[in-house]
Design a protein around this ligand. Structure first.
Ligand code: HXC
Length: 258
């Protein structure tokens, strides 16, 4: 499908999805969100894709929801259309791993979009924030919930109440991002991480993603039981036999997703 607000490139088992509204710092309008959800569904369904990288431009991953598009909406309109209600569910339904590669601004819905991905690799220029309070609203797709789980209550309150931005170093220190790389190397590093994941058994990668995500939903004991059952189930796969045999035979594993 042809897109106008994103660019999709599939190479070496990695789908690179680039948000592309440069005039609006990739502000998330309804067209972009709809195209992004379609592109994610297509990547999830494409046998050639084993991992997804979501990125923006050097200046902005995304500067938030499109303020122009929503500024005049009424309560009845946003409630009735369930503004931004669908995107979280659509991203959560993607079973292949998604890496957010963030450079520049990741603000409001942009920060929330990055947090919906499985992990975030940031460039040293990245700036994260939930500045919605300056617009007379609060975060709407995870900024008060996911951010709090990532960085704890104190920092999340600080970000949501003052609207201040967090730089890449602070974001890494706080556990919001998994690593920080030089801006010029962001796509190279994120793609390399995605290719590392693509080399694994896809079955196993999807199971690991599911298990880590359950940790947000379950008590520790329920989560540990879920993990153990999924771990046990991996012994029904050829890839478990191959992975362990390869280790014992001191060779590279050849996974077949079976
Ligand atoms: C619409 C936006 C935008 C946004 C930037 N632009 N952010 N348009 N929605 N969120 C547009 C500007 O209007 C401008 O267009 C162009 O992009 C360049 O932006 P500038 O402000 O001129 O750039 P700069 O001075 O470098 O400042 C960058 C910035 C600032 C600090 C990121 O743009 C900014 O504060 N943006 C808003 C950030 C924000 O409040 N995000 C939260 C949105 S609410 P023109 O046409 O004037 O040149 C939100 C709610 C989430 O996300 C709820 C669920 C999704």
């Amino acid at each position: 499908m042809a897109f106008e607000t994103i660019i999709v490139d599939v190479e070496d088992h990695v789908a690179l999805i680039k948000l592309n509204r440069p005039d609006a710092l990739n502000a998330l309008n309804s067209q972009l969100l709809s195209e992004l959800c379609t592109a994610l569904d297509e990547a999830d369904a494409n046998d050639k894709v084993r991992c997804i990288v979501l990125t923006g431009s050097e200046k902005a991953f995304a500067a938030g929801a499109d303020i122009k598009e929503m500024s005049e909406k009424t309560y009845v309109e946003v409630f009735t259309e369930n503004l931004f209600g669908e995107v979280g569910d659509r991203v959560a339904a993607i079973r292949k791993p998604i890496i957010a590669a963030v450079s520049g601004y990741a603000l409001g819905g942009g920060c929330e979009m990055a947090m919906m991905c499985d992990f975030i690799i940031a460039s040293d220029t990245a700036k994260f924030g939930q500045p919605e309070i300056n617009l007379g609203v609060i975060a709407g797709i995870g900024g008060t919930q996911r951010l709090t789980r990532f960085v704890g209550k104190s920092k999340s309150m600080d970000m949501n109440l003052t609207g201040r931005f967090m730089n890449a170093e602070e974001a890494e220190r706080s556990g919001l991002v998994s690593r920080v790389v030089p801006a010029k190397k962001l796509i190279e590093e994120a793609t390399a991480a995605a290719q590392k994941i693509a080399e694994k058994s896809q079955l196993t990668a999807m199971a690991a993603k599911e298990a880590v995500n359950r940790s947000y939903e379950l008590t520790l004991n329920e989560g540990l039981l879920f993990e153990r059952r999924v771990f046990h189930s991996m012994f029904a796969t050829e890839d478990q036999k191959e992975g362990m045999a390869a280790f014992l035979e001191k060779r590279e594993a050849q996974f077949r997703d079976k």
